[in-house]
Design a binder for this molecule. Structure first.
Ligand code: SF4
Length: 334
């Protein structure tokens, strides 16, 4: 079966310059060789601390940022080097929901116009009345009253605004939606409503999601598989049950130990405190990027970068602890 999305060795580097006239003094390797696939109707959670490159990976996948290297395929077709015009049909198929429902909606447009804007941009030929009809249907589908479509964003709560953002993302009938921390700015009580709405919509429209988040509890609820990113690279990826029950990468273990997740495996887990911030992606640590914060680090970790390898069926991790290809619970490595 061909995956809906196939990303191979994707890179997004940004030049470092003091000003636009000075010479390039380095590269921020925000995304540095990331590979994954997403099947139709599947959610891949992409997690990591702020600054690990997960949002940049989502934007580069949608070609809102031009990739520096690697390839992106949609239903088997390579879209990496398509120009703006050739990308148009693919843009319809891949939409985004943004983190900040306050900033992502134009305050001068009615919410009905905001939701219908993608239809207009993509040359929808229906009349204004027909478009309003479509918008009313979308409003109902995301749990908003259609009579509110002439109101303005400031008249809505945070959760309602995110529903408007979801309606806008649905307008063109996409197959993939990238959610860039779509619930992080919302109250906890509202987060569950939005996540449940997204799951209902996934079932109804067979949507695929790349769900970018730092909150593992949210990712656990919505994801089928989870990829963990650290300093521009995926360090672990597997189905959510394996990841939450037996993380194989020390960074995942640390993220899980910090997360309030009430799982049987979590109750027995050692508490690992992640100290310090994510190092700068301009000059990442040598060898394994995580060695400066890893409780299991050895001299080898400082010198040699571990490859991302399959250590259990469908479970990949980049850590020398599993170099012999045998997966074991991390507590036994200490
Ligand atoms: Fe820690 Fe070494 Fe594994 Fe990196 S390779 S995660 S430093 S044990």
């Amino acid at each position: 079966m061909t995956a809906l999305i196939e990303v191979q060795d994707l890179k997004k580097h940004f030049p470092v310059q003091k000003s636009s006239f000075s010479r390039v003094s380095g590269q921020v390797r925000a995304v540095d060789g990331v590979s994954f696939h997403i099947n139709a109707g599947e959610t891949l959670g992409l997690v990591g601390e702020s600054g690990c490159g997960k949002s940049t990976a989502g934007r580069t996948l949608l070609k809102l940022l031009e990739p520096t290297g690697g390839s992106i395929k949609v239903s088997g077709t390579d879209i990496t080097n398509l120009d703006r015009e050739a990308m148009r049909p693919y843009r319809r198929r891949m939409q985004m929901i943004y983190q900040d429902p306050y900033a992502s909606l134009n305050p001068r447009m009615s919410v009905g116009d905001i939701v219908s804007e993608p239809l207009v941009i993509h040359g929808d030929t229906s009349s204004r009345a027909e478009r309003r009809e479509k918008v009313a249907t979308l409003f109902e589908r995301v749990g908003l009253r259609p009579r509110l479509m002439d109101s303005y964003p400031h008249e809505f709560s945070g959760g309602q605004r995110q529903r408007i953002g979801i309606a806008r993302a649905l307008a063109l009938g996409p197959e993939l939606i990238v959610g860039d921390e779509p619930v992080s700015a919302l109250d906890v009580s509202i987060q569950a409503q939005i996540v449940n709405l997204m799951m209902d919509l996934q079932e109804e429209f067979n949507l695929s999601y790349l769900f970018v988040a730092h909150d593992l509890a949210v990712v656990e609820h919505i994801s089928h598989r989870v990829a963990v990113m650290y300093l521009g690279r995926i360090v672990e990826m597997t189905d959510k049950t394996s990841l939450f029950e037996m993380p194989l990468h020390p960074y995942t273990e640390a993220l899980l130990s910090a997360a309030p997740i009430a799982r049987s495996g979590a109750r027995n887990r050692r508490r690992i405190i992640l100290t310090g911030d994510v190092p700068s992606p301009i000059s990442p640590p040598t060898g394994c990027h995580f060695h400066t914060r890893c409780p299991y680090a050895t001299a080898r970790c400082k010198a040699e970068a571990p490859a991302l390898r399959e250590v259990a069926p469908g479970h990949v991790a980049a850590c020398h602890l599993h170099d012999n290809g045998v997966a074991f619970p991390l507590g036994q490595a200490a």
